[in-house]
Write a protein of this length. Structure first.
Length: 228
């Protein structure tokens, strides 16, 4: 594929997703067949998996891939993928098979309408009370601190790749996307929110919710506020 013609770069960070990564890749390939006019590339970053995730990735010849020797965090994996990306637009899709093509299509369908497309989610099934509470609290404090009105900061956000060169991304953790959105929106880049539906992961456990992650996120929020 001519790299100059790539429209969308899908960055797929994954950590210990041997039971999900092949299904995730299949979903993206299914999506690409519906948008043949929008050439895509898949970039998978294995963030130091200790299972057979990378073995499952290696069999796909059409996928660009990179392997971190150690687990560095989803934000670090995203930044690695971003350095490899050639598309006009970039979007992160987690490797846990929680995003069917129907959840990505509303984002792609709005691709030319704004600098940033921000999905807010309607989940199938029920989230744990703790995860729901943490998500709502995180969103409230971000909007309060930075005088924003965003429904959801941690989704599969699509950006024009060029605007990401306007900021420095410091976070290596789960709050990396929130940092990106705050910095870009405060710089005046346009955004559009779209509703999507995602599934609960079918295999394995989410790595996002933990006390340690919560402390790191709060610390990074304070740093971000001071830096602006």
């Amino acid at each position: 594929m001519n790299k100059q013609n790539i429209k969308i770069s899908f960055i797929i960070p994954c950590f210990n997703e041997e039971n999900n990564i092949q299904k995730t890749i299949k979903e993206i390939f299914n999506l690409s067949s519906k948008y043949t006019q929008k050439k895509i590339e898949l970039i998978i970053v294995d963030d130091g998996s200790t299972d057979r995730t990378y073995e499952k990735i290696k069999v796909h010849k059409l996928v660009r891939k990179f392997q971190h020797k150690n687990n560095m965090g989803i934000g670090a994996a995203y930044k690695t993928g971003l350095k490899m990306a050639k598309g006009k637009y970039v979007i992160m899709i987690p490797g846990d098979n929680s995003h069917p093509t129907t959840s990505i299509e509303p984002i792609i369908n709005n691709i030319e309408k704004s600098d940033i497309i921000i999905p807010f989610t309607t989940k199938k099934g029920k989230r744990s009370i703790i995860r729901f509470f943490l998500s709502k609290t995180f969103t409230f404090f971000l909007n309060y601190y930075f005088k924003l009105n965003i429904r959801y900061f941690n989704g599969t956000v699509l950006h024009k790749r060029s605007i990401l060169n306007e900021i420095e991304i410091n976070s290596d953790g789960f709050d990396y996307q929130a940092e990106i959105l705050v910095k870009l929106i405060l710089k005046g880049f346009s955004y559009k929110e779209v509703e999507v539906i995602i599934n609960e992961r079918r295999e394995g456990e989410s790595k996002a919710v933990s006390f340690t992650n919560g402390i790191k996120i709060l610390r990074n929020l304070v740093k971000l506020k001071k830096s602006l």
